[in-house]
Write a protein that binds this ligand. Sequence first.
Ligand SMILES: *Cc1c(COP(=O)(O)O)cnc(C)c1O
Length: 515
Amino acid sequence: MTTPEISALPATKVRPHLTQNEALLFEKSSPGKRAYKLPPLDVPAVDAGALLGDAHRTNVAALPELSEIEIVRHFTRLSTWNYAIDLGMYPLGSCTMKYNPRVNELAAHIEGLAEAHPYRPDSLAQGSLEIIDLLQRCLLEITGMDAITLQPAAGAHGEMTGILLVRAWHQSQGNPRRKVLIPDSAHGTNPATAAICGYTVENLKSNPEGGIDIKALAAQVDSETAALMLTNPSTIGVFESQIHKIADILHAQGALLYMDGANMNALVGKARPGDFGVDVMHLNLHKTFSTPHGGGGPGSGPVACKAFLEPFLPIPVLAGKARNKRTKEQGNGAQEDKGLRWEYDRPQSIGRVRAFYGNTGMFIRALAYILANGPDGLRQTTEDAVLNANYIRHKLQDLYDLPYPTPSMHEVVFSDKRQAAHGVKTGDIAKRLIDYGFHPYTVSFPLIVHGAMMIEPTESESLEELDLFIDAMRQIAREAEENPDLVKTAPHSTRVSRLDEVTAARKPILRWRQP
Ligand SMILES: *Cc1c(COP(=O)(O)O)cnc(C)c1O
């Protein structure tokens, strides 16, 4: 990538944005450099040590010292090393890495919303509360459920909240019950949730189509089963067509059906969990409803439930009705028309699951997305997401093994079986995709597919981008046969290639030490 003259320079002399050879801030530091300048002191100096006592730090940490532009350039350069949805397709299955429309950002940055303080009295926060109220009503319409909380900060947090509702309801019936059933295809957060809520996890084996084995389920559900946690469409991208039957089997034993709604991008505008027997579910606004995603958040994992679980929702719950602006203008009804308010007095509530009301900025973005699309637009989105996944499936199925013949919904799962014959595994193919300019797909998940390659294009991608991805995948399949070592040592175009991931995870070096 560099010309011969440049590559002849010693590494430290080449501009770091060309080589990605960026030193640490500690290494760039020179004593006395500052990014700010304070005006001269115009009050009598005091001894901070005497004022602060024990809280006064005498041993100052060896923080790096740099000028403002050095700091700005350092972080700007680092930011360009990241792959992002704004650079290209991000086919990470189960994650719904769709485009974050700019109109969402515009709405979320309106000053009165972005600067709203959570301690404002309800009477002065009616605009923010109306946004929350409208989003809640939209999500209830989309899911077919009766009540909702927007508090949880992510999908996994939503799962925990949902299973705590299940537990509180069983408890109110006299017995919290002992176990939660989870299919072997589930996302790892499902068993983690059940365990953290005090349940024993019981594994449900998938049938040959990758769905729930109805007979096995009927045999396994008993009076100690609190719930089944089910992802629909499942993590192999298949719609659970027996969902009604599954709900009936659980309900007959007094058990509840929890739906992991991470895959709602295949259902919005088409089918409603509330109509097919689900009692409680979570949504991932950062997946299905286009709020930014990745890098650790902030996310949002609303939990929707049927009416009988409503008394247990986390406090506070939004109550009242949006102010009727017309009666206010006419000067009558102002007494009764108090508008929306947070209600705290709910004796059966599981309590708070988060400070304040949830990630409000995400609510604004999700609502902007829902309103900009409208009902027909949301339905079209779902259809396009499913079409895109099936287009990829059709264009790659002659080269990559399809472990399940069942039609795909919004994502397609291949396996590395044919490439593994040449020693090339799913992780190698994923790393080679980086050389072709794509983010890898999801590797080795779901666990029921050996060597899984899970691809979710979302509706965001154009036919041209899908074709580029397909070309890359077809080329890699050829390389796996003709030059497997090239794939097994990829990526070749990055600053670092194969990291020791195990050591990096088990013995991370998080602190820089003065040499
Ligand atoms: C993403 C995902 C989750 C967890 O959601 P987070 O928002 O990442 O906590 C749970 N289940 C499935 C199937 C998912 O894809």
